[in-house]
Design a protein around this ligand. Structure first.
Ligand code: T3D
Length: 263
């Protein structure tokens, strides 16, 4: 297929596959545009209740395509990377944080630069044992982007964030699991089944509450306890008026499986 992002559904789980395997699924402007479109479509489809993001071939995503025309210096020898960031990486990171359903990164291979932070920005990252994570930015004179400066210290703490970002060293999936950077590392031949099973489980859960959980955790990390308690009260009030809460309690009382539908 010529598509740079492949879209496929299994039940309520939508899988988006970055599809430039010859360049380890590194980002061109066109792949960014297709991914934005695919995320918007998934967000707007009531039948989609979980999204899996993965890569075709042996890599997950190698970050910015360093051969993209946008990377070619102008006559002054300069590249406007700021424009690329504003046009492409900012909207991508914000879209993922705003998804109304859980987003799982299925890290099938190397995740470098913005590709690593794309994986970390998902709600849950599960990596194949042969996969790896590289904060490659420092090697080309940049800082972590695609939300990396915000995400990394939160997920691994300042010391490890700085160590990873300054050295640009490759971190194995096992080491990433040990330091709490990802949810789980699994054997390569178990990756797809593990992720699809988890995605199907999450798809059957109350989507609106899951999305509110992500949002509240992210916002509360900047707050005082009092502010976080107010934010919790706000969301519990909202969710308490919704179908899924009534359904969850009723199903518990009736000892049956709940049928959630809010999104
Ligand atoms: O606009 C901006 O620049 C700002 C945005 C910044 C965001 C960023 O993501 S900056 C960081 C950019 N990414 C990198 O610096 C990573 C570059 N890639 C690598 O260091 C290595 O490829 C890997 C460590 C990821 C994997 O190494 P390895 O040995 O497994 O594979 P390889 O042979 O290096 O790569 C395979 C092919 O993919 C190769 O092409 P070829 O020679 O077979 O035709 C390679 O050139 C290509 N490739 C890999 N990464 C990129 C890429 N092509 C373009 N851009 C890439 N980022």
């Amino acid at each position: 297929s010529d598509a740079l992002v492949l879209v496929s559904d299994t039940g309520a789980v939508r899988t988006l596959t970055l599809n430039r395997p010859q360049a380890l699924n590194s980002f061109t402007a066109e792949m960014h545009a297709q991914l934005r479109h695919a995320l918007d479509e998934a967000a707007a489809s009531a039948s989609v209740r979980a999204v899996v993001l993965t890569g075709a071939g042996r890599g997950f995503c190698a970050g910015q395509d360093l051969n993209d025309p946008a990377m070619v210096p102008d006559v002054q020898g300069q590249v406007d990377i700021g424009a690329v960031i504003e046009a492409n990486y900012r909207p991508l990171a914000l879209r993922i944080q705003a998804m109304p359903v859980p987003v799982i990164a299925m890290v099938n291979g190397v995740a470098a630069g913005a590709g690593a932070n794309l994986a970390l920005g998902c709600d849950i990252a599960i990596a194949a044992r042969s996969a790896s994570f590289i904060q490659a930015f420092s090697k080309i004179g940049l800082i972590p982007d695609c939300g990396g400066t915000w995400l990394l210290p939160r997920v691994v703490g300042r010391a490890r964030a700085l160590g990873l970002a300054m050295t640009g060293d490759k971190l194995s999936a096992e080491a990433a699991e040990r330091m709490g950077m990802i949810w789980q590392c699994v054997d390569d031949d178990q990756l797809s089944a593990t992720v699809q099973a988890l995605a199907a489980r999450l798809a059957a859960m109350p989507s609106r509450a899951l999305a509110a959980t992500r949002r509240t955790l992210d916002e509360a990390s900047q707050m005082t306890l009092e502010q976080a308690l107010s934010l919790e009260a706000h969301w519990q009030r909202e969710l308490g008026h919704a179908h899924d809460f009534r359904e969850g309690v009723e199903a518990f009382q009736q000892k049956r499986a709940p049928q959630f539908k809010d999104r």
